[in-house]
Structure formats: structure tokens, C-alpha cells
Design a protein around this ligand. Structure first.
Ligand code: NAI
Ligand code: HPV
Length: 527
């Protein structure tokens, strides 16, 4: 009988469902907070059900010798080392919708509490002070609410805020004009949102792109007296910069459900009067906890008992027979998508995937799903092959696939084109005999490059001396070049360099490379 550990507080419904499905279950809701104890016992379990308090680190995973599945009863999986779990073949699942309404309602509650200083007025009244003149609030009617991240939760917040007669503007690179229209929100760029919003609410996952999305510089560009709500993740706001902005009066108030360090017991923001804090309660309602407990227990049981996979974040849906033939192309498609996604800075209207040659005769759906996953991953940390097509559809991203079985110069190749409002950008690749993916064309420029974990992508003017200058600069920066690939259309037109480097470029190094004479665009790419 498979054995599951529930290491965070979950509704008793979960325990019952495990038992009903023939899964043995240990319900130890405080264990997740005790890293050493978790490390000691994790080896016994086939499944692990968690919320946000259990941190599933690489170290924990290395001791999880029997673990097959981790189920997150909730949305954010930033407490799970997914690459490490994937490397160990452990499925990571979440429950993407179970607590979204509840979290959106918490954000709205926080916004209204902020507008009327409810917590402080409550404390003062109960201290027998009756300070009627001290608590002068603001109305939310006709005020502008800026939503950063218009996904599931952000969209519900938008709907509720319109019920409160607010003007809603939203920034989300994956929000299509059609979807914005549906939601009744005005799609704006982040700078415009900062400049116009009276209230700002955050609803993005925590990723490398969103970390400190509200920084000291961002506060500079906001309206004086703006109020900020964060019910997403602590790392989205630079807490020290927020403390300064509150002290200077630039920010009139902040309502925070999440913190950089959790549990937050000693946070500098606690000392400030115009701050409202809750202990990561966004998902804490009876209804949401019932939803997520039920879903996670069903999903984990189904996987352990029948192999069925739902809401997995790290596993493609491919049948056992197809797997060996599809896997290299799935990998290639995801890498091409990731390549194009990392180069795309504006919102995506469409994606075209062309399969040429022998690959066109295979089941290309998982490949298209992998390509979409790769394109969207820089922005949606939790996207996977199962969810990517649905997300693309919901966001109004047109997906077109073309299968041509006749062979050209290569036995098989895949070309992926990302279509934005401004341009179309294509990347093509193939699989060589060794099963490794190779890029064969970027923006119509032929080249041949193996994709490596750390790469530098450069578009430059094709003029004598450029390669020498670039090599010298990389040397000065202490960056070792492992491989150097070049391509160009015609003499003197744009050229592309794809450089495999040892180690990761930091922002300053990338700035210096961008400033090099002849460079038109420089990007650090990770695969
Ligand atoms: N406080 C709490 O208890 C809870 C917090 N959460 C947090 O809320 C987050 C959002 O949840 P959902 O709405 O369900 O996720 P979602 O995946 O449906 O939406 C996230 C949205 O953020 C957008 N996004 C990504 N990068 C962005 C960027 N750089 N700028 C602007 N938008 C960007 C995405 O395009 C997407 O539309 C979760 O990742 C989780 O961290 C979720 C549930 C409860
Ligand atoms: O679902 C999420 O992303 C949450 O942040 C909810 O966290 P929790 O399950 O309440 O610890």
C-alpha cells in the first residue's frame, strides 16, 4: 500500500480521501516546519502533501528515496525545488484554482481595510480612545486600481473591484487585448500602471522576472499617496524600499499578507503605523481549504494507484510507447520555445510551430505543448506541458501548427515563430544523431549551435573587428567561452552570435556587453 505524508495543516477531508482510495496516510501537520525531522522520515513515503510551510529543498529530496509525487494543496510552488524533483523523477502537482476566489477576496479585504484604516481604528476604539478625528479614510469609488498579474486571481480581483466602481488597469505581458476587453480592464505597461494607480495589487508568481518588481526605483514613479496590497509573494516587493517610501509619505499605506522571510516575526515594516499585516492568510477560508485538500488528495491517490497525472507541473503527457521517439523532439521544442520566449519582450499574439520531415509524422501535440511551455516559462513559473495549451488559449494566444512530411536539407526540423504586435521572430532546430537538440536558424539566419545551460545571444552589426572586441571584453570580464557560433544574412547586414559561456552573466556584465560598439541586442539565455 503506498504511503503518504501530510506535513502541513490540511482539512481532514484529505486524510479521509487517502484512506478511501487505499492509500496509507500519516497526518503530521507541524512536521513540515521541522527540517531535520522531515529529512529523517521522508525516505519512508511515496507521496507528500504540503502547503507553503514545508520547504521541499534539494536536500530533502535527496533523502526522499521512495518519493514519487509531491502535491501542493494550493497554487504557488516556490517552496518546492521543481528542477531537483524533476531530476529525481518526482511529479510535482498543485491545485491551480482551488483557492483563487478566496485569495482575491483577501486582497479586496486588505484594500478596503487600508482605505479606512480598519485595524488601527479597531485597536484604538477597543483601547477606549474613541479617536473619531484621527481616522480619515479615502473612498475607493472612481479610484484607479492597478493590477500587476492578471491571471486567475488578478482577474477575479478585477471583477470584484469593478463591482466597487473602481477603474481597473492591468499589467501582464500575457494579457491579450481581447482578454483585457473581456475582463473590462485597460491593459497598460508597468510604468503607466505605476504612474496612474491609486491602489496597486500584486498577483504574479515569484520568479526571477518578478522578484522586486516593486523596487526603490518603482516607488519613485508612483503617485504620492499610493496604497499597495500584496497577497502574492513576499519577494515581489523590496521591503526596505517600501519602509522608506512609507516613512517619506510617498506610499500612504501597505497591506501585506506575504513576506520575504516567513514566518515573519521580526520585519522592519511591523513598526510602521500605516501597514496592515496578515500571516499568509490569503488561502485560509473553510471553502478554499476544503477545495484544495480534496483536490490534492484525489490527485496524489490517482497517481499512486493508477498512474494518472493531473495538474502536474513537471511532466509531459506522453504514453509509454511513444516516449522514446518523442522525447528528443519534445526537448527540442521546449528549448526553441524557451529561446524565443527569452528574446520576446512584448505581449505575444501568436505562436506558429512548423514540423518538417519525419517529425511531422509523429504525435506533435506534446511537442507543441512543450514549445508553448518554453515560450511562456519566463513569465509563468508554473506553466507545464499539460497546462500550456489551455493557458495560451485563455490568453488569446493563437497557436498554429503546420506539418509537412516531405524532407528538405534535414531529415526532421522544427521551426517556431513567435508573433508579437511588432514583429515575427523564428528559431529553428533539429536533432542530430547523438539525440541532442541543435539550433539551425535564428531570425532567418542560418547557423548551427548546440544549446547549453548558459549562453550569450548577440545581434550585432556585421563589421570587421567586432568578434575580436567581444572576445577581448569577455576575457576582461573573466568569462570563459566554451563555444562560439556565428551567422549572418548578407555581408554588412545584421549578424548573430550565440556564445556558450561557463557560468552565468550578471547584470553589470551584460550591460558592458550591450554597450560594446556594434552590439544591437545582447541577452543572457538560460536553458
Ligand atoms: N497569499 C496567498 O495565500 C496566496 C498567494 N498566491 C500567489 O498568487 C500568485 C498568482 O496566482 P494565480 O493568479 O493563480 O496565478 P496565474 O498563473 O493564474 O497568474 C499569474 C499571472 O502573473 C502574470 N505574470 C507573470 N510574470 C509577470 C510579470 N513580470 N509582470 C506582470 N505579470 C506577470 C502571468 O502572465 C499570469 O497571468 C501565485 O503564484 C501565488 O504565489 C496564490 C494563492 C494564495
Ligand atoms: O496557494 C498558494 O500559493 C498560497 O500561497 C497559499 O498558501 P497556504 O497553503 O495557505 O500556505
Amino acid at each position: 500500500m503506498p504511503k503518504v505524508l501530510v506535513s502541513d495543516k490540511l482539512s481532514p477531508t484529505a486524510v479521509q480521501i487517502f484512506k478511501d482510495n487505499g492509500v496509507e496516510v500519516d497526518y503530521l501537520p507541524d512536521l513540515g516546519k521541522d527540517k531535520d525531522k522531515l529529512l529523517e522520515v521522508i525516505g519512508q513515503y511515496d507521496g507528500l502533501a504540503i502547503r507553503s510551510a514545508t520547504k521541499v529543498t534539494e536536500k530533502i529530496l535527496s533523502a526522499a528515496t521512495n518519493l514519487k509525487v509531491i502535491g501542493r494543496a494550493g497554487i504557488g510552488v516556490d517552496n518546492v525545488d521543481i528542477p531537483a524533483a524533476t531530476a529525481k523523477g518526482i511529479i510535482v502537482m498543485n491545485t491551480p484554482f482551488g483557492n483563487s476566489i478566496t485569495t482575491a477576496e483577501h486582497a479586496i479585504s486588505m484594500m478596503l481595510s487600508l482605505a479606512r484604516q480598519i485595524p488601527e481604528a479597531d485597536a484604538s476604539t477597543r483601547a477606549s480612545k474613541w479617536e473619531k478625528n484621527r481616522f480619515m479614510g479615502v473612498e475607493v469609488t472612481n479610484k484607479t486600481l492597478g493590477i500587476v498579474g492578471a491571471g486567475n486571481i488578478g482577474s477575479i480581483v478585477a471583477d470584484r473591484a469593478q463591482g466597487l466602481k473602481m477603474k481597473v488597469i492591468a499589467f501582464d505581458p500575457f494579457l491579450s487585448p481581447e482578454r483585457a476587453l473581456d475582463l473590462g480592464v485597460e491593459k497598460v505597461e508597468l510604468e503607466e500602471l505605476f504612474a496612474r494607480a491609486d491602489f496597486i495589487t500584486l498577483h504574479t508568481p515569484l520568479t526571477e522576472q518578478t522578484r522586486n518588481i516593486i523596487s526603490a526605483d518603482a516607488f519613485e514613479t508612483m503617485k504620492k499617496g499610493v496604497r499597495i496590497v500584496n497577497c502574492a509573494r513576499g519577494g515581489l516587493i523590496d521591503e526596505a524600499a517600501l519602509a522608506e517610501a512609507l516613512k517619506s509619505g510617498k506610499v500612504a499605506g501597505a497591506a501585506l499578507d506575504v513576506f520575504l522571510e516567513e514566518p515573519a516575526v521580526d520585519n522592519p515594516l511591523f513598526g510602521l503605523p500605516n501597514v496592515i499585516c496578515t500571516p499568509h492568510l490569503g488561502a485560509s477560508t473553510t471553502e478554499a481549504q476544503e477545495n484544495v485538500a480534496l483536490q490534492v488528495a484525489e490527485q496524489i491517490s490517482a497517481y499512486l494507484m493508477t498512474g494518472e497525472i493531473t495538474n502536474a507541473l513537471n511532466f509531459p503527457s506522453i504514453s509509454a510507447e511513444e516516449a522514446p521517439r518523442l522525447t528528443p523532439f519534445v526537448k527540442l521544442a521546449e528549448m526553441l520555445g524557451s529561446f524565443a520566449g527569452q528574446l520576446t519582450e512584448t505581449s505575444i499574439k501568436g505562436i506558429r510551430v512548423e514540423y518538417e520531415g519525419a517529425v511531422a509524422a509523429l504525435n506533435t501535440r506534446p511537442m507543441t505543448a512543450a514549445a508553448l511551455t518554453g515560450v511562456m516559462k519566463p513569465l509563468l513559473a508554473d506553466v507545464n506541458m499539460v497546462s500550456a495549451p489551455a493557458i495560451a488559449k485563455e490568453r488569446g494566444i493563437q497557436v498554429e501548427t503546420v506539418n509537412r512530411e516531405q524532407q528538405g536539407a534535414y531529415e526532421s526540423y522544427i521551426r517556431l515563430t513567435v508573433i508579437t504586435e511588432r514583429q515575427e521572430r523564428s528559431v529553428a532546430g533539429t536533432i542530430f544523431g547523438n539525440g541532442k537538440p541543435r539550433v539551425i536558424q535564428v531570425k532567418s539566419i542560418n547557423m548551427e549551435a548546440e544549446l547549453a545551460p548558459n549562453m550569450l545571444y548577440i545581434t550585432n552589426e556585421d563589421k570587421p573587428g567586432f568578434i575580436g572586441r567581444l572576445g577581448t571584453l569577455l576575457g576582461q570580464l573573466g568569462i570563459n567561452i566554451a563555444n562560439f557560433n556565428l551567422g549572418r544574412l548578407d555581408v554588412g547586414s545584421d549578424a548573430i552570435a550565440l556564445v556558450t559561456i561557463d557560468g552565468v552573466l550578471d547584470e553589470d556584465q551584460l550591460k558592458q556587453i550591450t554597450a560594446l560598439e556594434g552590439v544591437k541586442q545582447a541577452k543572457s539565455l538560460r536553458f
